[in-house]
Write a protein that binds this ligand. Structure first.
Ligand code: AMP
Length: 189
């Protein structure tokens, strides 16, 4: 794995655990010689993960839409900051550059980005691993909702299993290395 996309909050969250998790993920990426690709902001969990990568001697690449450049306060010391025109371009650029997708805790923006990566994996547009870093059990209600989707037959079990959920970022990255994509989504006729 050469580059991983990390989606995460532009806010800091209510607990210090979120910042600590971002710092640890940054270290773990650098240790494995994996570059960070993320939204390019200097604020919230986004800024913390980028700073951790840079402080540990790694590469942090930001992809920022021009109109958000000021609002999200672009990180000024990244290895590379790529300015794009639209949110769609940002996600497309991130997706094409990386070998996997991780969501650290974040809000609606993080979820939107993660779900695009996940749904594209379901329909076979890519074969890259998708993982949730479940710091402070933040994503446990979402994992319960996936179970609900499976029980109500709106999600296939193999796609629920495709989402890797770990509290420890090192463990999550180890699982990424071993990931094998499931077969394509099938439909009942
Ligand atoms: P949030 O998790 O809401 O703090 O947002 C985290 C990141 O997601 C930020 O970089 C936002 O710019 C981005 N984001 C927010 N809304 C969207 C959207 N509709 N599509 C793509 N990215 C978004």
């Amino acid at each position: 794995m050469k580059r991983i996309a990390v989606f995460c909050g532009s806010s800091k969250g209510a607990s210090d655990e979120y910042m600590k998790a971002a710092e640890q993920l940054g270290k773990d990426l650098v240790e494995r010689d994996i570059a960070l690709v993320y939204g390019g902001a200097s604020v919230g969990v986004m800024g913390t993960v980028a700073n951790s990568v840079l402080q540990n001697g790694g590469q942090a690449i930001g992809i920022m839409p021009r109109f958000l450049d000021e609002r999200e306060i672009s990180h000024k010391a990244l290895t590379d900051l790529i300015i794009v025109e639209t949110m769609h371009e940002r996600k497309a650029k991130m997706a094409e550059m990386v070998d996997g997708f991780i969501a650290l805790p974040g809000g609606a923006g993080t979820m939107e980005e993660f779900f695009e990566a996940l749904t594209w994996a379901q329909i076979g547009l890519h074969q890259k691993p998708c993982g949730l870093l479940n710091t402070n059990q933040y994503y446990s209600p979402l994992v319960d909702f996936f179970t609900h989707m499976v029980n109500e037959q709106f999600m296939q079990q193999r796609y629920k299993e495709m989402v890797m959920v770990e509290e420890n970022s090192g463990k999550l990255l180890d699982r990424f290395e071993r990931y094998v994509a499931p077969g394509l989504k099938t439909y009942e006729r």
